[in-house]
Write a protein that binds this ligand. Structure first.
Ligand SMILES: [Zn+2]
Length: 359
């Protein structure tokens, strides 16, 4: 950079910024949205195992949905309200509601909708509501000196193009929407819908803790991939899916690293983490640099196929709990941080709900 004058540096920065934006936008267009973390229900069951307060709500009468006046956000045309534990009038528990409906927002609730002219950037309406992509990651995933460089670059973006920090997706406002509806149900004394709406809010908070829901690939690779874009897009999708398949398989096998991460993560202080929206934005922010660590471990553990252009899925049927000192053990440890965040942020959401609704 030393040989360039100030004008030359600015020109080069603008060129680099344009290239980065084009690649990033194209990636957002082409990486299809997937459900975050494999089975919210299975993870939630472990997460709530230390939530003693839930035991006070072990007998809740199932009530029909009567929130037409306040629950007015559009829903997918093929979404059907299900009653898994039994018909209205029968009895369930808060733990069962939270576990059974942790995945409900993935049951066509947010599919086939026209929500935003930009929703194609996240792969459709479900991607739009379940993710929170940000270009703020330009600041992360690079060595400290480069971080300052990209930070300056982003500053110029504001200056020249008025972009600010672009965000794609509305997961934070969806979490907030259902959290507020849980409050309305609580006001009516309807414990069933209090916990069912809370389960939905929880889903969006949990989604944003999956690192690939914050950014599709490491920044360095996005820059390198400019010349071979199809391959970059294919590998980004493979990394995303394989992380989730593997994580689901390891939870199903009760891998101690995964179970411990889900069980033992403490909640945040709600004086700082003040809302479900805050939890989502913060989770996406912290997850983005993790992608840079996950990617090379996935390449080593899964093999080169994960980096291929073609869709490829690791055969999890023969996978076993990691032996110590292996690449798999290192990968497990890296996953355990955002997985612990899934747990921590879920428990923080419960603290917020208890404080707000007196549960
Ligand atoms: Zn989701």
């Amino acid at each position: 950079m030393g040989t360039l004058d100030k004008g030359g540096v600015m020109k080069r920065n603008r060129k680099l910024l344009c290239a980065a934006l084009v690649v990033a936008l194209a990636l957002f267009c082409l990486v299809s949205p997937v459900d975050a973390w494999n089975s919210h229900g299975a993870c939630t069951k472990i997460i709530i195992s230390d939530q003693e307060w839930l035991k006070a709500y072990d007998t809740i009468t199932i009530t029909p949905w009567t929130y037409e006046d306040v629950d007015t956000a559009t829903i997918g045309p093929n979404f059907v309200v299900q009653y898994i534990e039994g018909k209205p009038g029968t009895v369930t528990s808060a733990s069962a509601i939270l576990t059974n409906y942790a995945d409900e927002p993935d049951w066509k609730m947010d599919q086939d909708l026209k929500l935003s002219p930009f929703q194609a950037l996240t792969g459709g309406s479900q991607g739009w509501r379940h993710q929170y992509y940000g270009l703020g990651w330009l600041r992360f995933g690079v060595a400290p000196s480069r971080a300052q460089y990209f930070f300056d670059l982003a500053g110029k973006a504001r200056q020249y193009y008025g972009l600010g920090w672009l965000r794609f997706g509305v997961a934070p406002s969806r979490a907030q929407y259902f959290f507020d509806l849980a409050g309305k149900a609580r006001e009516k004394g309807d414990l069933y819908w209090t916990f069912r709406y809370l389960a939905r809010a929880m889903h969006y908070v949990q989604d944003t803790t999956q690192p690939y829901h914050g950014v599709p690939a490491p920044v360095g690779l996005i820059f390198k991939g400019i010349g071979n874009f199809g391959a970059l897009m294919g590998s980004a999708t493979n990394h995303h899916y394989n992380l989730e398949e593997y994580q689901g398989a390891m939870v199903a096998r009760s891998s101690p690293v995964f179970v411990t991460a889900l069980q033992n993560a403490p909640p945040l202080d709600i004086a700082t983490a003040t809302s479900p929206s805050w939890l989502c934005r913060h989770a996406a922010y912290l997850g983005r640099p993790v992608v840079r660590e996950l990617w090379p471990l996935e390449t080593t553990f899964f093999g080169d196929s994960v980096n291929g252009k073609d869709s490829w899925l690791f055969d999890t049927s023969t996978v076993h709990v990691a032996d110590s000192g292996t690449v798999q053990a290192t990968y497990d440890l890296e996953i355990s941080t955002p997985l612990g965040r899934m747990s921590s942020y879920t428990k923080t959401l419960f603290l917020l709900a208890r404080a707000a609704y007196g549960l």
